[in-house]
Design a protein around this ligand. Structure first.
Ligand SMILES: [Zn+2]
Length: 738
């Protein structure tokens, strides 16, 4: 059967524009003094010399509220006789006063049009998940909850209802071409004239799209609905709004329909708003919580610095629809738009409220607040909802409500929620209803498991934080942890974070490699360091040891782990030292990360590395922690065991030179021939007329930008270099070996 039969539907909405509220964006003006105060008339009756030729509108003007005097006898404390003896009470004339809650007293808009259900599969018995009933079920849930009084579910909302109805219209070709190609428009319009068999064929050959004779009309109406909904919010007719529209849009590419999407509704609406209201829409945030990556939206704004696209979606190694690498965390935009594309790619299904809250609190909201948009559009698919078998995730209605609530803190509350996917009729209705209630001002419901993110989600989010720290200040740990003049409270928070990261890393390394904490017994080195050094338990007996030193945010998460993998596969020993920015507890007085790094490296050398059985030791340093290695080379003669020194430096890290207390040309020469200093291509050293001297080591310009990226892209080169640095066994040793 077809769910979109026109004959069974209520009539389309009338032509009158149901949006009637005056533009209240401008501050309310006091009524001119000559105007008869309508309230005075109502309360006291018309004065004798006033002739009423027209019925009076008794409601106060927009932006004003009634201020009736309260009868004295209702207020008992005012009968206190002492009040009459002094100047305690000040009479105030009865009048109107400005409405102090402009946003709070505005209403939420809703866009729904029954005709969007005409788009259906051409084969009546083909049950497609993008079912025309989806929008009806959502709209019904909103009506049945009493938010809209519309017994026939026509989409026509009464003027005095709790919500304001927004009428959808057809997108014009000119508007659609702001995003799409002319060929795409012509292709969609050509489907109107196709025969049944041709439509079947088109559906078979398409990339997860179907067509009938009404598809072009419905997709224009859906897109126009998104535009009108955004317009109502931007122009101030409503405070925020939900567009219950279909077909969805976020997979539609500029030149191609795919993934149930014909026109990219949200992209076209964004472009139209930016054109019509250039000053009110300088910066637009599109937040996409559909379980699928919005490839079309990413494409449309990939090089656009005025639109920040953020998507949380299931990626599953690039195997989840729409498949391919473009939904991964490392797709961050190009040209002027670099940094304006943020993907949070879940590694698997099964994500729930806790994971979404974690992503929102750690990545989405900090970046969104730094971006500071003028308008927020939500690509709201409800296919990550519990009950949606296609998405395989477990977000509850309360989870969606909380995400909406957080987004409402942005853009002066100008939030437009546009429906995308979501295929379980019950789940999408409950979720969309919860979102609508929050838009209207209700608090989001309680989350049951909303505070716990799973291990996989934590990993993904941390990878995103590291990647995004290239583009957003709020993602940089240096900015989160105050370097100086911190207050005790902030400082303890920072410490906790630092320890948490290490505990997490330690657990991972133990799970995977049976690496465990290395004891540090030394008065001068803080107790907290005990926990910061991890080693493979048998490193002591290995012929080759890799000593890895880094600060907490570097990169034990994925880049670092690839080095551990390599070392273990070569049967090398591995020692990993983490240098905290700050330490736990009271011992921070006088804590100096630089000095502690230096002392820790020397301590580890004296107590573990130098006395081990290793013949070959490699030192690898990341970022500021490199200083510890330099200090070690200067203060201990390690040259008979250390075969190579590798450093990874991001664009803002300082280059360090080996400068021994007594000038030692041999050390400088040795360092130059036995080091690889990999430096971000964006580092200022590359713009100097002359490269630094040999005491800075052998500098290599890396294609990577930050240390994380450098470690990843240079891994093969560096591991190969290390292997080549191994001494060739002498003839004597080879004989001994036999
Ligand atoms: Zn989807």
């Amino acid at each position: 059967m077809s769910f979109g039969l026109p004959s069974s539907d209520p009539p389309p909405p009338p032509d009158t524009d149901p949006v009637t509220t005056a533009d209240v964006d401008a501050p309310p003006q006091a009524p001119p003094p000559t105007t008869i105060n309508p309230l005075a008339l109502r309360l006291n009756g018309p004065a004798a010399d006033v002739t009423l030729s027209e019925p009076l509108d008794l409601a106060p003007p927009v932006g004003w509220v009634e201020d009736p005097d309260q009868p004295m006898e209702d207020v008992h404390h005012l009968s206190d006789p002492r009040l009459s003896k002094g100047d305690y009470l000040m009479p105030r004339p009865r009048r109107l006063r400005p409405n102090p809650l402009k946003y709070g007293s505005m209403r939420t808009g809703i866009c729904y049009d029954v005709r969007m259900r005409f788009h259906a599969t051409v084969d009546e018995d083909d049950m497609h998940p993008e079912d025309p009933r989806r929008i009806l079920e959502i709209y019904k849930a909103i009506c049945d909850a009493g938010l809209v009084d519309d017994p026939m579910y026509t989409g026509v909302v009464k003027r005095d209802d709790l919500m304001i109805g927004i009428r959808a219209r057809l997108v014009t070709m000119e508007e659609a071409l702001l995003v799409h190609t002319r060929e795409h428009w012509d292709f969609l319009s050509s489907t109107v004239a196709l025969e049944h068999e041709q439509l079947q064929e088109l559906t078979r050959d398409g990339d997860s799209v179907y067509f009938n004779g009404e598809s072009f009309f419905c997709s224009k109406l859906s897109c126009g609905g998104a535009i009108e909904t955004c317009d109502a919010v931007v122009s101030g007719k409503v405070k925020n709004a939900i567009a219950v529209i279909r077909p969805p849009g976020h997979h539609a590419e500029p030149h191609k329909a795919m993934g149930f999407c014909l026109f990219n509704n949200v992209c076209v609406a964004t472009k139209v708003m930016q054109k019509k209201y250039p000053d009110k829409c300088k910066k637009v945030l599109i937040l996409d919580w559909d379980v699928h990556h919005g490839n079309g939206t990413q494409t449309a704004f990939y090089d656009d610095p005025s639109v920040l696209y953020m998507s949380i979606h299931r990626y599953s190694g690039g195997k989840f629809y729409p498949e391919g690498p473009q939904g991964n965390y490392d797709h961050c935009g190009v040209g002027d738009g670099v940094g304006m594309n943020v993907n949070v790619p879940w590694a698997s299904g099964g994500m729930g409220d806790g994971d979404y809250m974690y992503a929102f609190q750690r990545v989405i909201m900090p970046i969104a607040m730094e971006f500071d948009p003028d308008l927020v559009i939500v690509s709201a698919g409800f296919d990550a909802a519990a009950g949606d078998t296609l998405g395989g995730c477990f977000v509850t209605p309360a989870g969606y409500a909380h995400m909406t609530h957080m987004l409402m803190a942005l853009a002066d509350g100008k939030v437009v929620v546009c429906l995308e996917g979501g295929y379980n009729l019950q789940s999408i209705s409950n979720s969309a209803l919860a979102v609508t209630k929050v838009l209207m001002g209700e608090p989001p419901g309680k989350l049951h498991d909303g505070h716990v993110a799973c291990k996989s989600a934590v990993e993904v989010v941390h990878t995103c934080v590291i990647k995004q720290s290239n583009y957003w200040r709020c993602m940089r740990p240096r900015d989160i942890i105050p370097e100086e003049h911190y207050e005790e409270k902030q400082f303890l928070k920072a410490i906790k974070l630092n320890d948490m990261v290490r505990i997490y890393q330690a657990k991972n390394l133990w799970d995977k490699y049976r690496m465990s904490v290395l004891p540090i017994y030394r008065d001068r080195i803080s107790e907290s360091f005990t926990f910061q050094v991890i080693a493979r338990s048998d490193f002591f007996t290995k012929e080759t040891i890799v000593f890895f030193v880094h600060d907490p945010y570097a990169p034990m998460l994925d880049a670092g782990v690839t080095y551990v993998d390599w070392a273990i596969s070569k049967d090398y020993g591995f020692v990993d030292a983490n240098i905290p920015h700050r330490l736990s507890g009271i011992e921070n007085d006088g804590y100096d990360a630089q000095k502690q790094t230096e002392e820790l490296c020397i301590y580890l050398w004296d107590n573990y590395l130098d006395v081990s059985e290793a013949k070959n030791i490699f030192l690898i340093g990341v970022g500021d922690a490199v200083l510890g290695l330099i200090n070690l080379l200067v203060n201990r003669d390690c040259r008979d065991k250390v075969r190579g020194v590798v450093s990874f430096l991001g664009e803002n890290h300082t280059l360090r030179a080996v400068v021994p207390p007594v000038a030692n040309e041999y050390l400088t020469e040795w360092y130059y021939h036995n080091s690889r200093i990999l430096i971000s291509h964006a580092h200022s050293v590359w713009s100097r007329p002359k490269l630094p001297r040999k005491k800075f080591g052998a500098l290599v310009k890396s294609k990577g930008l930050d240390v994380h990226e450098i470690m990843l892209v240079e891994r093969d080169m560096i591991t190969q270099w290390i292997e080549e640095q191994m001494p060739v066994p002498t003839a004597e040793e080879e004989v001994a070996e036999k």
